[in-house]
Design a protein around this ligand. Structure first.
Ligand code: HEC
Length: 193
């Protein structure tokens, strides 16, 4: 009898801790009372869905974001997208920038054992999109934030960017795919292993 009770208590505790960790994994975006977005925490442990690269060497030496663009999303929001073709309220998408390692060729590329190309170096900035139809209905339900275009540490909180600085380009390009450039992230359309 005692053993049964112990077993039952153990199962209950395990269930509670799984539920708790899932709740933590799905933490929603946090806003200050002034409406600034608090720097998302733990995003490097989310699902990494891709890292587009627009190096200076291919953009006349002046790409707006010459770094790798490493994009992260929480697993539950990725699964929701796979099921419904849009992102749920509260979705946070993080784009962390990583410099390319200093080039030896004029286009900024270097040689490595795997061939000539571009390779990530130091972290160098953080941009974030948040889906919240109450706060950001003017910009297709998404708010855009930047926590700095420099090495970490990043700013602790950020005010929503003017539409003309961020949202307008996403509206012009990808309003039909829920404001995200989904064509660049094959994992959005790939079964999770
Ligand atoms: C001139 C167009 C343009 C502007 C302006 C722009 N973006 Fe984007 N953004 C893109 C493109 C294209 C991608 C995907 C390809 C890439 O990263 O190179 C992207 C990707 C992103 C992503 C990853 C999710 C996705 O949709 O692919 C985030 C987050 C993001 N941008 C935030 C911002 C923020 C914050 C700003 C303003 C500071 C901003 N963007 C301004 C064109 C733009």
């Amino acid at each position: 009898m005692t053993f049964k009770w112990l077993l039952l208590t153990g199962v209950l505790l395990a269930t509670a801790s799984i539920t708790f960790s899932q709740a933590r994994a799905l933490r929603s975006p946090v806003f200050t009372k002034d409406g600034e977005l608090v720097l998302p925490s733990g995003f490097r442990q989310w699902v990494f869905i891709g890292g587009p690269l627009t190096p200076n060497g291919l953009n006349n030496g002046k790409a707006p974001f010459p770094e790798f663009h490493d994009v992260y999303i929480q697993q539950a929001n990725l699964r929701f997208y796979q099921a419904h073709g849009s992102f749920p309220e509260g979705t946070v998408i993080v784009k962390e920038l990583a410099l390319t390692q200093a080039g030896t060729y004029t286009d900024g590329s270097i040689n490595s054992a795997s061939g000539r190309g571009y390779f990530p170096g130091a972290l160098h900035g953080l941009d974030v999109m948040v889906k919240d139809s109450n706060r950001f209905s003017d910009t297709h339900d998404w708010g855009f934030f930047t926590f700095g275009h420099h090495a970490p540490p990043y700013e602790g909180a950020a005010r929503v960017m003017e539409a003309g600085q961020c949202a307008s380009c996403h509206i012009a390009g990808v309003a039909k795919t829920d404001m995200v450039w989904v064509q660049f992230y094959p994992l959005l359309h790939t079964k999770l292993q």
